[in-house]
Ligand binder design. Structure first.
Ligand SMILES: [Zn+2]
Length: 92
C-alpha cells in the first residue's frame, strides 16, 4: 500500500506525492490546499507575498541547486535554439 497522509485542511487522506515537502518534512496540507492558502494569503497581503516571492527566488537563484538548474536550462535552451535555427535555415 502506498503511504498516505491526512491533510490538515481538507482532512482527506492523500498520496504523499500530493504533498509538498519543506526540507525533509512534508507539509501538513496537501498541494491543492497549500495553493488555496497561498492564494488567500496573496490576496490579503499582495505586497508581502510579492516581497517573499522575490526573496525566495533570489535565494533560490543564489543557491547551488538554482544555479545548476539555470545552467541546465540555458544549455537545453541553446541546444533547442541551435536546432531551431538549423531547421529555419533549411527552409526555402
Ligand atoms: Zn487538503
Amino acid at each position: 500500500m502506498e503511504p498516505v497522509r491526512k491533510c490538515a485542511k481538507c482532512e482527506e487522506e492523500k498520496d504523499l506525492t500530493e504533498f509538498y515537502k519543506s526540507g525533509t518534512k512534508f507539509k501538513y496540507t496537501c498541494k491543492a490546499c497549500t495553493s488555496e492558502i497561498n492564494k488567500t494569503k496573496y490576496k490579503k497581503h499582495p505586497d508581502r507575498a510579492r516581497e517573499y516571492q522575490k526573496r525566495y527566488q533570489k535565494m533560490y537563484r543564489d543557491s547551488e541547486k538554482g544555479r545548476a538548474k539555470a545552467k541546465a536550462y540555458r544549455e537545453a535552451n541553446s541546444k533547442k535554439m541551435a536546432e531551431y535555427q538549423r531547421i529555419y535555415r533549411c527552409l526555402p
